[in-house]
Design a binder for this molecule. Sequence first.
Ligand SMILES: *[C@@H]1O[C@H](CO)[C@@H](O)[C@H](O)[C@H]1NC(C)=O
Ligand SMILES: *[C@@H]1O[C@H](CO)[C@@H](O)[C@H](O)[C@H]1NC(C)=O
Ligand SMILES: *[C@@H]1O[C@H](CO)[C@@H](O)[C@H](O)[C@H]1NC(C)=O
Length: 796
Amino acid sequence: MLPEQIHQTITKIHLSKRGGKVFRSFLHLKWCVVLRILSCVGWTSADELYSCSEDHQILKWNLLTSETSLVAKLPDDFYPVDLHWFPKTAGSKKQTQAEIFVITSTDGKFHLVSKIGRIEKSVDAHNGAVLSGRWNYDGSALITAGEDGHIKIWSKSGMLRSTLASQGSPVYSVAWGPDSDRILYTSGRQLVIKPLQPSAKVIQWKAHDVVILKVDWNSVNDLIISGGEDCRYKVWDSFGRLLHTSSPHDYPVTSLSWAPDGELFAMGSFNTLRLCDKTGWSYALEKPNTGSVFSLAWSADGTQLAGSCGNGHVIFAHIVEQHWEWKNFVITLIKRRTMQVLNVVNEAVDVLEFRDRVIKASLAFGHLVVATSLQCYVYNSKNWNTPLIFELKEGTVSLIVQAEKHFLLVDGAGLYIFSYEGRPISSPKYPGMRADILNSQGISLSNDTIALRDKSDEKVIFLFDALTGKAFGDGKPLTHKVLNIALDQCGPLKERKIAFIDKNRDLYLTSVQYAGREPKICKIGSMVHCMAWNDSANILCGIQDNQFTVWYYPSVVFVDKELLPHTLYVKEGSEFARAPHIISYVGTKVTLRQGDGSLVYTTVPPYPAILHDYSSSTRWEDALHLCRFAKDQSLWACLAGMTMASKELTTAETAYAAIGELPRVQYINFIKEQPSKESSLAHMLLFSGQVQEAEAVLLQAGLIYQAIQVNIDLFNWERALELAVKHKTHVDTVLAFRERFLHKFGRKETNKRFLQYAEGVEVDWEKIQGKIEMELSKEREKAANASVRGSMASRR
Ligand SMILES: *[C@@H]1O[C@H](CO)[C@@H](O)[C@H](O)[C@H]1NC(C)=O
Ligand SMILES: *[C@@H]1O[C@H](CO)[C@@H](O)[C@H](O)[C@H]1NC(C)=O
Ligand SMILES: *[C@@H]1O[C@H](CO)[C@@H](O)[C@H](O)[C@H]1NC(C)=O
């Protein structure tokens, strides 16, 4: 006998009050009665679910047609425990006949079952029940955990590879690490992370006060959730550091499951279903009359959730009431196929209807991009009536990222950039790219650039030209251990910067175009937990050591790194609870979510953005007026940096004087007095610590003596001598300065090369001074000739 059809639909609004703000969110629940206790569920597609129950039946649920059908009837002594579908990878998508799932049972076996319900293979695996069976991400291995305390690894076809661990107590739950190279399992009150490689280090920690029943590990955000008989759930990072603990529930936590994109997870307990975001904050709590929710599974697109319940129900939930905000627009997904747009300025409301279920949406830069299961809709915020619509190949968009000029969609198969007119622009790729695990922290888009952090190797950032999809430079990726990356959004490509946070929580900045050379990577912060660029000026904000910090002009590190600390704005952190993260930074308004889930808004002074604007349009008089008016030292420091970057020395002098940097003022005067353009440029580069570049400028202009002198001034003796010898000039000058230097410190020459050249050379200071004078007057004359030529050319 088949179960009744879905017979109840309940929609509830859940209000929760946090930090003085009220949030509305709800889960839309449906549930369906089957005859006996149900044990396990697994999705085959966005709308199709398989379940297997103690009544020995494998059932198929179609959510589009609301039909339930019997797939197979299993032997009477068969009691299932866990069910997991073989992963769908991009390559194997077309071979539907190869689709299988693993089902584990109380008699110590696991079974490989085909989609039509045929048992392809049964394997004796454990003594007592097999409590969990999970495929790794590429389907090359299966892991099983048993009541007998063993954890075993099997090949795709069910051959035993090894016993990975053995302990005296049952292993209730097991999960694969993001790269399928480690597993996480329960061991009583402990959690254990064990690498497959035998020599690698095991991490183990006491996670709960009593037995742990469920764990899950997300491949996108690398976070772990655990829950157990202490009625709490906890969120951990993969080093075992605690990020969140829930307050205790009334009953043990019996199920936990991450949504595929790692933004949300669901928790089940007796008559309880909870939806949480990745920080552990609870969006919604439902109290369905289901008994204990024993297992939970998300559909691949992350929009629907199914659970098997102790009273024999399968519970279905899908997420609605998601919000997107941008400037004066608040958009809400009110039903699965309906959005409401509220313009808070004039209270106008528009309703957007979609043919299919909404899977992902993004609102920024004046455009709303919505991916449904089959199509992509692009709305301009000036007109909500006529969206541009195009068909999607893949149907499971997992991420949308916007820039001002274009946006990008990520699905299981790849990543695609489209213009807001719906035209495909490019589709960057690198060998071994896994689009299925790209997340918002590992991907960044600007008008001209796309940056991707390779997940299988977190040390690498790939940079592509957004317009052509080709890798920048020689295609050599940037190497650094990174967690989080973000491109700045303004200015031309040659000034494009990427900011990233590494494993030690240090914040760095570097140029996107470093073409062949070693990139110059500058550290601009430490203990940084998150960051975001302003959308219209290259201003960065972040949480540094629990304090909200704004880097008014991060690129200043490339010009004068001493200025960096003077260009920061730090808001005292006391008002932020633990681990806040930045949700958006639009206009002068920054939205943060605190550790307890509440949203807080903070504002940033408007002047730095205006200053950026003046600087990019070289309106230096206006910039000076602004700084005088605002009387803010950090603005003067920004202006000093901006003017040096633009080689606007006169304004720079004023700005440095305003912040009392007199040595810098003197240096600028020295630069202004240089006899030629090339020498000024070289000294400006030296001002920013770019020694090699400065030398190159001089050598290229044929100013050999000047290049040598720069090295002498920096005590780069070997380089000075090398240049002198190579160009057969001023060897005596180098030797003379070297001798004077050693003499001053009462030391003797020990360097072999200097000893060798000193032999045949007479040091005569008078002669050397004369030569130097001559070099300088030659430089002056040449510069004067050039300027005469220049003015004659312009007269013509
Ligand atoms: C980015 O592209 C948009 C649209 O083409 C353009 O209006 C804007 O000025 C660009 N921004 C930058 C910094 O180039
Ligand atoms: C950020 O960008 C907005 C434009 O969206 C601009 O009006 C604002 O001044 C900027 N805010 C800051 C603090 O730079
Ligand atoms: C400058 O111009 C004069 C006259 O045209 C010429 O004799 C002299 O060699 C030039 N000097 C340099 C350094 O090019």
